[in-house]
Design a protein around this ligand. Structure first.
Ligand code: GLU
Length: 303
């Protein structure tokens, strides 16, 4: 009995209770919307006395912009956002993704799909009759996740999102795990990495909420417990436009780091008691006044 309690205490001591991350794709330099995301995930991790990691999601060479990864890392650090461990690059982790894909295939959760996008579009998402029964090692095919048949009828994924409350989603379609061109898909890579980095809390923008049912399906198929999910509202302008790389949001100017942080805090409704004179003080001061409730029940924030 005594040994048990001691053992439990030691486990509690060793196991991190909160491991969060910021996972930008280097499709361009850091823009204000991504800085906003980085700050929220950072403050949430610190507020929960947790660790915060940065992972560069550079698995899509066709969308990657040269120099963007280093630019993002430099911009984060000039804003005082320093990861608690070395930065991970998805481009180095193909072995892990392939092993996971093999495991999914072995357990009948993956199949090679030769159907073109055009075929699927014109056939209401139905595959060619022989498609889903083929082996997943055929080259020139996308490898897709096969949703278990009992999961396709009713609402299957329910989670209590920290910012959005109870969410219920269907897994509407099978989805790509590895693209025909040979690149691993975001859904697969993100789940493999969150599992291998033992991430306990995913804090990201509302624009990614529809990825969650696919990722939860992968956790289920891999027999792993998913992290807690928290989708914060994204910044939108009055004209309804989102702040994103697609909308050509301008790159962050690191020379204005303190001002940038103060703008983020004001959008987050944070009232600082003292005027900070550098980014570290600004983040400490924001932490003192951090109010996650402000983000609850909203999908967008208009500055
Ligand atoms: N890499 C994704 C992006 O930049 C974010 C992934 C995530 O947070 O799950 O949009």
């Amino acid at each position: 009995m005594y040994i048990c309690s001691f053992f439990k205490i030691s486990i509690l001591f060793i196991m991190p209770t909160y491991r969060g991350r910021f996972a930008p794709s280097p499709t361009g330099p850091l823009h204000f919307g991504s800085l906003f995301a980085a700050v929220i995930s950072f403050l949430e991790a610190r507020y929960n006395e947790g660790e915060w990691f940065v992972r560069i999601e550079d698995i899509d060479p066709l969308r990657e912009q040269q120099g963007a990864s280093q630019n993002i890392i430099n911009t984060l650090s000039s804003h005082g956002l320093i990861a608690d461990a070395s930065i991970i690059y998805q481009s180095n982790r193909a072995k892990l993704y392939q092993q996971t894909l093999d495991q999914l295939h072995k357990n009948n959760f993956a199949y090679a799909c030769p159907c073109s996008r055009k075929y699927l579009l014109t056939h209401n998402g139905s595959h060619t009759p022989s498609c889903t029964t083929k082996q997943a090692d055929i080259t020139e095919c996308a490898i897709k996740f096969r949703a278990p048949s009992n999961l396709q009828e009713q609402d299957q994924f329910i989670w209590d999102d920290k910012f959005q409350g109870i969410q219920t989603r269907k897994l509407s379609n099978d989805f790509v795990l590895k693209r025909k061109e040979g690149f691993y898909a975001y859904q697969l890579a993100v789940v493999c990495d969150d599992i291998s980095q033992e991430i306990t809390h995913i804090v990201r923008g509302y624009d990614l909420i529809e990825s969650s049912p696919m990722q939860l399906a992968l956790y289920l198929a891999l027999d792993k417990t998913p992290p807690e999910l928290a989708h914060f509202p994204v910044i939108a302008f009055k004209n309804g436009q989102k702040l994103s790389k697609q909308n050509k949001a301008p790159a962050i100017n690191s020379n204005l780091a303190l001002e940038n942080l103060l703008t983020v805090f004001s959008i987050l409704g944070l009232k600082l008691k003292y005027k900070p004179d550098n980014c570290k003080n600004a983040l400490d001061e924001a932490l003192e006044n951090w109010n996650p409730e402000y983000l609850c029940g909203k999908s967008e924030l208009i500055p």
